[in-house]
Design a protein around this ligand. Structure first.
Ligand code: SAH
Ligand code: SF4
Ligand code: F3S
Length: 476
């Protein structure tokens, strides 16, 4: 998996290169990912492709012969970060060249898709630009990019999933007991602020069979929790059979060894009755749902082209909670969308109060090239956006804390994922994705145990395991 390049100093790269200068790195690949969970997933699949082409994974960029930046275009900051990172990598590449080692620099992900060859014009050290639908060709592209810089961002005829190699069991196991599985990509919703429909293309679902095969492989390697991911995951529909997300979850729940299922990210408009009922009927489906609303003012929701009102969202939340009373919700919010008045912003706060979110992500609106909202005249000033974001985040943080505090004393099932920070501790996740730390032996990693929550710190909760046999689902 993509580890983090320390974003600080170029000299750091340089000194490390000098320190290891007599080593022959061979074919070694390093991926750094930005952005959403799909990029995290894509990074693992790129590593699979590279490894099938004879590369091994490098643990640092200094140790790599191929460095891939798997980029995000969603906000200006994310996409500009790529160029500062590339500036550092150029120096690393030059340093390595002086030491007689070749390095290829690859830009993948959504900036690659959005900017294509422009990236090479801005930073000539880049050898290859490859889009999110083309990385199954990575091995071949790297060989060809040896001679001349290449750009591959045309949406291909073939489905990349048909061409991605299955990683060996040990490598899946090394990635841990939870896994993302892409089930759907792209977006047809065209929210007025968003680049995703342009960078990821139209909504396309993967075949149920391919997904089930991948889940089976993961479970064989020890994975216990799968998160089905898609830009609009609840628009999932098998192209041949028409099977919906609710039925896909049902199929996956039938597989022995799967303890937990999650899915993300959903659009409120695609939340159908079947999926709502699945939260009641399928125990393995975790009672925690990320359902972005973005704003609480109908005027702004309409301008955003979200195609639902605040009332629609509240009604939907009510139906979900009726179906699954212990369901908790999280959302994404944007403040400072063009034309957002104080009253509009207050409507967002009112919606937050009405729902009560267990967790959320919130952002200042960022005008993105090529999106309709970027053309709107009434852009909100930076200080106003800043002020609204601070107020919004304070409210959301209060809600997150009070949700966590309300669970102190409760018993929840925890899937243990890894050793904790201190010896004797292990750490896992509750059904609500709360990090839970307990004192217990490491052989419980990969197992679900009932835990009484005893304390609530800023980023994790403490608890004790109860002496009860392993349960099957995740009800609190
Ligand atoms: N498909 C998902 C997520 C898309 S990107 C969905 O529909 O929810 C993740 C989040 O980034 C969005 O939910 C939105 O809150 C935020 N975002 C997208 N474009 C943005 C922009 N131009 N400025 C600020 N935030 C943005
Ligand atoms: Fe972007 Fe809207 Fe599509 Fe989500 S639903 S990816 S926010 S256009
Ligand atoms: Fe970013 Fe692309 Fe994901 S723009 S949020 S990496 S779909």
């Amino acid at each position: 998996m993509g580890k983090t390049v320390k974003p600080t100093a170029t000299p750091e790269y340089a000194s490390l290169v000098t320190a290891g200068s007599d080593a022959t790195p061979g074919k070694r690949v390093y991926v750094k990912s930005y952005g959403c969970q799909m990029n995290v997933y894509d990074a693992t699949r790129m590593l699979d492709v590279a490894e099938a082409s004879g590369y091994s994974e490098a643990s640092t960029p200094e140790d790599a012969s191929v460095i891939i930046l798997n980029t995000c275009h969603i906000r200006e900051k994310a996409s500009e970060k790529v160029y500062s990172e590339l500036g550092k990598l150029r120096l690393l590449k030059e340093e390595k060249r002086r030491a007689g080692e070749a390095v290829q620099i690859v830009v993948a992900g959504c900036v690659a898709q959005a900017e294509g060859g422009e990236i090479i014009r801005r930073q000539s050290a880049v050898d290859l630009v490859v889009g999110p639908q083309n990385y199954h060709r990575l091995g071949d592209l790297l060989a060809r990019a040896d001679r001349t810089a290449l750009v591959d961002t045309d949406f291909p005829e073939e489905d990349k999933f048909d061409h991605l190699p299955a990683p060996p069991k040990e490598r899946i196991a090394a990635r841990g007991v939870t896994a993302f599985v892409t089930v759907q990509e792209g977006c047809d919703k065209f929210c007025a602020f968003c680049v995703v429909p342009y960078t990821r293309g139209a909504e396309v679902s993967r075949s149920t069979q391919g997904i089930l095969d991948e889940v089976r492989r993961s479970v064989d390697a020890g994975v216990r929790e799968v998160t089905l991911i898609g830009q609009n995951v609840n628009a999932y529909r098998d192209r041949g059979t028409g099977l919906s997300l609710a039925r896909l979850v049902e199929e996956i729940a039938r597989l022995d060894g799967v303890s937990r299922i999650r899915y993300t990210t959903s659009h409120p408009r695609d939340m159908d009755d079947d999926l709502i009922a699945a939260h009641r009927d399928i125990d393995k489906l975790m009672p925690y749902l990320h359902l972005p609303v973005q704003a609480g003012s109908d005027r702004i929701l309409a301008a955003m082209n979200r195609k639902h009102t605040a009332r629609d969202y509240l009604d939907l939340v009510q139906r979900l909670r009726k179906s699954r009373p212990d369901l908790a919700l999280s959302s994404d919010f944007i403040v400072g969308f063009p034309g957002e008045s104080d009253a509009d912003f207050e409507a967002t706060l009112a919606l937050i109060d009405a729902v009560g979110f267990a967790g959320s992500f919130s952002f200042k609106y960022s005008a993105r090239p090529g999106t309709p909202a970027a053309q709107l005249s009434e852009q909100v000033s930076e200080p106003v956006k800043q002020d609204r974001l601070a107020r919004l985040q304070q409210r959301l943080e209060e809600q997150r804390r009070s949700f966590n505090t309300s669970m102190v004393g409760a018993v929840v099932d925890v899937l243990f994922e890894k050793p904790g920070r201190y010896p004797g501790q292990i750490i896992g996740k509750s059904p609500y994705l709360q990090a839970v730390v307990v004192e217990a032996p490491e052989d419980l990693i990969g197992k679900v145990r009932p835990v009484r929550l005893l304390s609530n710190a800023t980023n994790s909760m403490g608890g004790e395991i109860l002496p009860v046999p392993e349960p099957s689902g995740g009800r609190a």
